[in-house]
Design a protein around this ligand. Structure first.
Ligand code: PEP
Length: 257
């Protein structure tokens, strides 16, 4: 089954809402209808930018999707500082990143939290981009596939097969995030293929539909080789998504020689 590729730009804690407007305007001006029919393109800005991005995307009818970098486990209540899936859905978000390694590392998010956030996203009609991936020590020990599959199993625990089919998994080896050290296409395929196989074992034909992204120093000069791999359906792009020319070039991987 043909899966629509997805390139999602994770801006992390960069760009205020004025800068966000400038970047989205540049993207809207540069992408053409061929781009938007060849793949799904999304930006994932900080919470404070989302309303501005929504206004621009809706007002100018831009075929760009957008989402958030995190969400609360709960839908509302006394959770100071949190943002709920209800709020993100109201802002027209399509996607929400769940379990990014920076959330796991700096905010103590464990597998159970990630699972609750996946469920919060799904019950609010958001598509979770579920991040999994090993750190350096695990990779050096050769345990990267088992480690990543364990994270995935926990993240998708109790999720219905129909929901799994429509969500997105991002394989992001921690040693490749923001380091300039990209996984080789073969290394990335090894884990992305294992992710799809595990989804097939547990959720059956959802495996044909679920999109598996690679993330970790993806750039214009390495994207085409990664996208040739059969189980890589797109990218979660950090640093390279802050530069409009670079992000456009990443999204145009199909045109690369
Ligand atoms: C990320 O933050 O998800 C990421 C992959 O970052 P970078 O592309 O900068 O490595």
């Amino acid at each position: 089954m043909a899966r629509t590729p997805l390139m999602a730009g994770n801006w992390k804690m960069n760009l205020n809402h004025i800068e966000a407007i400038a970047l989205v305007q540049k993207l809207a001006y540069t992408f053409n209808t061929d781009d938007f029919s060849a793949l799904e393109i999304a930006v994932i800005p900080p919470f404070t930018d989302i309303r501005s991005v929504q206004t621009l995307v809706d007002g100018d009818k831009i075929a760009l999707k957008y989402g958030a970098q995190d969400l609360a486990k709960a839908d509302k209540g006394a959770f100071t500082g949190e943002i709920s899936g209800v709020m993100l859905a109201k802002l027209g978000c399509t996607f929400v990143i769940v379990g990014h390694s920076e959330r796991r590392q700096f905010h103590g998010e464990d597998d159970q939290t990630v699972n609750l956030k996946v469920q919060a996203a799904l019950r609010n009609g958001l598509t979770p981009i579920v991040c999994v991936g090993e750190g350096t020590e695990v990779r050096n020990a050769g345990d990267h596939v088992a480690f990543t599959l364990n994270q995935l199993k926990a993240a998708l625990s109790g999720v219905a097969a129909g929901d799994v089919a429509n969500l997105v998994v991002a394989y992001e080896p921690v040693w490749a995030i923001g380091t300039g050290e990209v996984a080789t296409p073969a290394n990335a395929q090894e884990v992305c293929g294992a992710i799809r196989n595990q989804i097939r074992e547990v959720f059956g034909s959802a495996a044909d539909q679920v999109r598996v992204l690679y993330g970790g120093s993806m750039k214009a000069d390495n994207v085409a080789a990664l996208m040739k791999e059969p189980d890589i359906d797109g990218g979660l792009v950090g640093g390279a998504s802050l530069d409009p020319d670079e992000f456009v070039s990443v999204c145009r991987y199909r045109l690369h020689p």
